[in-house]
Design a protein around this ligand. Structure first.
Ligand code: SF4
Ligand code: SF4
Length: 369
């Protein structure tokens, strides 16, 4: 007996697959499955989060519909994954945010943008808000640096704590002791597998989307999104160091490191999410968790808007549009921060933890990658 209907179904499928084993070369899921004879709830949540949703095992399966075995691993795991996000949410009271997640994220983003715009209008004289500000400290004439740092620092810290608590619950549920010392080899293997999106390639041929012709487009757009996000994060870290260590205030020149990193990341965060959104719409509905499409779309759109408003701010920062654009950008970024633990962002965290466990299991069995 399992805790939910979808885990019952996942157990049924893994039992069929464990007898068949035709797909064992496609990804990490099937070798991990083969290490088990029975499946606990935690095992199934581990396998579901290890799945990268490439679709290959559905296309290759001789037991997929209309066969009476009705084997559809990608869709079953997509639903199980989404339910696991809510199950591990911290605090528990926030688990409900994963239901109708697209609507929830949209409302939070709209409220955040409205509060920042109203706040900027309330605390600034119209001539200051719509004035032209240039040089070091220009942004802070509209919102003091300390207020900005405190607000975003608290939101970011909250997101980190909530994510850590969520991954802790996941780690415990999949049977790993909390507080264990991770070995560097497994960690490095998981970093490489995640960094290359090794298992988003259908066993080497590519990802299956709208038809049975595989392509690498989803992988490419995922890479642009992930590395774009990482570069934007790096830009923020460098700017923070500039501020506190070198006493250099934003905005910085075009050629300065935070701007270069932010611009490159911003370009990635425009192309990647736009491509992922287009691919998401084209995907065969038989492979995906259609009722939760809003969760995917909301996160992708939030990343796109973060970049779009940031790039607009960069281009128009020496014009009268800077004040309203800064309020808009900060509103979007604040909403992104506070919703990180309650949206699609968590898939990357749980998948990475699952990859670490997979690397550990392989090493314990003496497999060399
Ligand atoms: S998905 Fe189908 S073909 Fe692949 S291992 Fe499972 S039952 Fe076999
Ligand atoms: S959808 Fe792809 S990653 Fe997921 S189990 Fe099937 S082959 Fe593996």
């Amino acid at each position: 007996m399992h805790g939910t209907k979808i885990l019952e179904e996942a157990d049924r499928l893994m039992t069929v697959c464990n007898s068949c084993r035709y797909c064992e070369g496609l990804c990490a899921v099937f070798p991990a499955m083969e290490m088990r004879r029975s499946f606990s709830d935690g095992d199934l949540n581990y396998l579901a989060n290890l799945c990268h949703a490439c679709g290959a095992c559905y296309i290759d399966c001789q037991f997929s519909p209309p066969h009476e075995f009705n084997v559809n691993v990608p869709k079953t795991f997509a639903v199980a994954r989404a339910e696991s996000y809510a199950a591990y949410a911290w605090p528990r009271a926030c688990a409900g945010l994963f239901a109708r997640n697209g609507l929830v994220i949209s409302l939070i983003a709209a409220a955040s943008v409205a509060i920042f715009i109203l706040g900027f209008a309330a605390f600034n004289d119209p001539q200051v808000l719509l004035g032209v500000h240039t040089g070091a400290g220009a942004f802070y004439r509209l919102m003091p640096h300390n207020a900005m740092a405190a607000l975003f620092g608290v939101a970011f810290l909250y997101a980190i704590v909530a994510l850590v608590m969520g991954v802790r619950a996941f780690w415990r549920d999949i049977g790993e002791p909390v507080g264990m010392k991770l070995d560097a080899k497994s960690l490095w293997q998981a970093i490489r597998d995640a960094g290359e999106l090794r298992y988003l390639d259908g066993g080497g041929v590519g990802c299956f989307n709208e038809d049975d012709r595989p392509t690498d487009r989803r992988k490419l757009y995922h890479h642009l999104t992930f590395y774009g996000f990482a570069l934007c994060f790096a830009a923020t870290c460098v700017a923070t160091l500039y501020h506190y260590l070198l006493a250099r205030e934003a905005p910085y020149a075009w050629w300065d490191l935070p701007v270069v990193l932010g611009t490159l990341g911003g370009i990635g965060l425009l192309i990647g999410p736009a491509g992922l959104l287009a691919e998401r719409w084209k995907r065969d509905s038989v492979l995906v968790d259609e009722p939760r499409m809003g969760m995917d779309v909301a996160f992708i759109v939030m990343l796109f808007l973060t970049s779009l408003t940031g790039m607009a701010l960069l281009l128009l920062r020496e014009s009268a549009a800077m004040g309203p654009l800064l309020a808009l950008h900060l509103g979007v970024v604040f909403a992104l921060f506070v919703t990180l633990p309650y949206g699609k962002f968590v898939h990357g965290i749980y998948r990475f933890a699952a990859l670490v466990r997979y690397a550990r299991e392989r090493q314990m069995l003496g497999h060399v990658e």
